[in-house]
Design a protein around this ligand. Structure first.
Ligand code: PAN
Ligand code: ZN
Length: 201
């Protein structure tokens, strides 16, 4: 008789029986499996983030800008664990500024992260602790290693949703306050029909 490789939860015997089976659909960003968590950010959640606050306030506040779905196999703050997630960032603009994520640093500045897009076209805005800010092109196939001490934000400069996978430490945490207060050193605005990275001072 062949030995069974499956445990009662459908996982392989070698994996923890506490972790249920999770599958991903790489290109659509779909995650299947019970423990998936989700956070949706609408225009109403992003006040004071875009340059033209009056333009943001005049738009439909229920409009979804992005959503994050992630698998947290261990609780947040657990030392040495990893989270796996996907962000779907819709196309759009507030005034001349492209839709983007709020942006953050990791509360624990020693915790790095990977991003890799599977669909769409964007810019990854990174800022070091001296506020030196730069942009990297994001498109299907680019792989981005985010050092723990770099603040990061993603901007959708295309006409389709920008979908990117991420892997980060369960003990990375989030520091949103510093970005909310001081922003990044640059913004991505449309100029003559094209995206331009413009200093924010
Ligand atoms: C990502 C981000 C996600 C949304 O999972 O949390 O893209 O961006 P904000 O958190 O800035 O709203 C990540 O970087 N995790 O660490
Ligand atoms: Zn992060």
């Amino acid at each position: 008789m062949k030995p069974s490789l499956q445990n009662a939860e459908g996982g392989l015997q070698a994996s923890s029986p506490k972790i249920a089976k999770v599958t991903i659909e790489w290109f659509s960003g779909k995650m299947n499996g019970l423990p998936i968590q989700e956070s949706v950010k609408k225009l109403s959640d992003l006040h004071q983030i875009f340059l033209d606050e009056a333009a943001r306030a005049s738009m439909d506040q229920d409009q979804e800008v992005y959503r994050v779905r992630w698998w947290a196999p261990v609780p947040p703050g657990d030392e040495g664990g990893l989270f796996w997630g996907v962000t779907t960032l819709n196309p759009g603009k507030v005034g001349d500024e492209y839709f983007m994520t709020h942006g953050h640093s990791h509360a624990n500045r020693t915790r790095a992260e990977y991003y890799t897009p599977v669909s769409g076209n964007g810019l990854l805005i990174r800022m070091d602790e001296r506020r030196v800010t730069w942009a990297e092109e994001m498109m299907p196939g680019t792989l981005h290693y985010l050092r723990g001490e770099h603040a990061h934000r993603v901007v959708n400069i295309g006409d389709e949703p920008l979908i990117f996978w991420a892997c980060w430490g369960s003990d990375a945490g989030y520091d949103y306050g510093t970005i909310r207060e001081h922003g990044f050193g640059a913004r991505v605005m449309e100029r003559d029909g094209l995206p331009a990275v413009i200093p924010n001072e």
